[in-house]
Design a protein around this ligand. Structure first.
Ligand code: SF4
Length: 93
């Protein structure tokens, strides 16, 4: 057998109405998530040039997202990559 069902569900309280966008109530830095529209991506490599820690064009010319959950330290790079994408295939949210 391998791992059992993911067991640890935090039975935390839901903080209502605290709409902070930067850090949560525990002080954790928020992260972004990168999404690639594969129908739009033309493997130009612009995103890799702007944010090589996040994107890579592989040997087959396919875009590989190295970290789809972007740490705060790389969020600006991810957003710059999205802006640099010639086909607007990248979304950072
Ligand atoms: S910049 Fe846009 S089109 Fe170019 S590889 Fe990245 S996601 Fe694809």
């Amino acid at each position: 057998m391998t791992d059992g069902p993911a067991g640890q569900v935090a039975a935390g309280q839901v903080a209502a109405g605290q709409g902070s966008a930067g850090k949560d109530s525990a002080g954790q830095v928020s992260v972004g998530r990168v999404t690639v529209d594969r129908d739009l991506c033309v493997s130009s490599g612009m995103c890799e040039s702007v944010a090589p820690a996040l994107f890579e064009i592989d040997d087959d010319g396919e875009l590989v997202v190295l970290q789809d959950v972007v740490p705060d330290a790389l969020l600006a790079d991810a957003q710059a990559a999205a802006r640099a994408c010639p086909t607007r295939a990248l979304t950072v949210a």
